[in-house]
Ligand binder design. Structure first.
Ligand code: GRF
Length: 225
């Protein structure tokens, strides 16, 4: 599977390619890190394809061999890489894994690295390679709330216990603290009394897809300003 290595034949479209100073300029590049089904990756791919986001996903990297998002990427003709922390257990552990991950991501020369359902805490060994402002993470909670795994389920559980009426989603710059770092974009999601978990989770995922695309667009604009 190879990435597109030039503009499509004929007149450049305004999706993915643009004219700058009379020359065809490539759209900004994204490497997306995943661990799961990849619905958020799918939202990015759809937005790139439709022109809603002027960017191109140049590689998808997973830390799980069975991540469903790998199939989405392959279907879209995007290079995929699987890299497992377990491979490094006896040879350097997490710092060595993160340094290796940084090398393989850097090889694609991304403008932004997007953690979209990537269940691995990136350390300085990775972040120092790119700069925090170029590595973004999607987290299904508002800033300072519900860090860590299963934030959607925990928000719903708290609502059932009468302790929460709203949650949200955010995209933030990745720092070494878990699900913290300067916020690029966020959106609030209300908890509706009596709503089943699956319906609530579907609304949260829809919010994630919107906020992720908006955040990537915003950060690319900020970087080019
Ligand atoms: C998303 O809810 C993400 O925020 C969370 O894991 C889920 C991944 O979904 N951390 P997908 O793989 O993008 O479908």
């Amino acid at each position: 599977m190879t990435a597109r290595d030039g503009p499509p034949p004929g007149r450049p479209r305004d999706t993915g390619w643009g004219l700058q100073g009379g020359r065809v300029a490539e759209a900004p590049s994204l490497v997306v890190l995943i661990s799961g089904g990849g619905s958020n990756l799918g939202a990015l791919l759809d937005a790139c394809r439709s022109g809603a986001l002027r960017a191109r996903v140049v590689a998808v990297v997973s830390n799980r061999a069975d991540a469903g998002g790998l199939r989405r990427a392959e279907a879209a003709g995007i290079p995929t890489v699987v890299s497992l922390l377990s491979t490094f257990r006896t040879v350097g552990g997490r710092p060595a894994f993160d340094a290796h991950l940084a090398e393989l991501v850097a090889a694609f020369q991304p403008d932004l690295v997007i953690c979209a359902g990537f269940l691995h805490l990136l350390s300085a060994a990775f972040l120092d390679r790119f700069g925090a402002g170029r590595v973004l993470n999607l987290h299904p909670a508002l800033p300072g709330e519900l860090p860590g795994l299963d934030a959607i389920r925990r928000a719903w559980d708290e609502a059932q216990a009468g302790r929460r009426t709203r949650t949200g989603v955010m995209v933030h710059e990745v720092v070494v603290e878990v699900d913290a770092g300067p916020v690029v974009r966020q959106a609030q999601v209300e908890l509706v009394p009596g709503e089943a978990f699956d319906a609530f989770a579907a609304r949260m995922h829809a919010a994630e897809h919107r906020v992720l695309v908006d955040a990537v667009r915003q950060r690319l604009q900020e970087l080019s300003a």
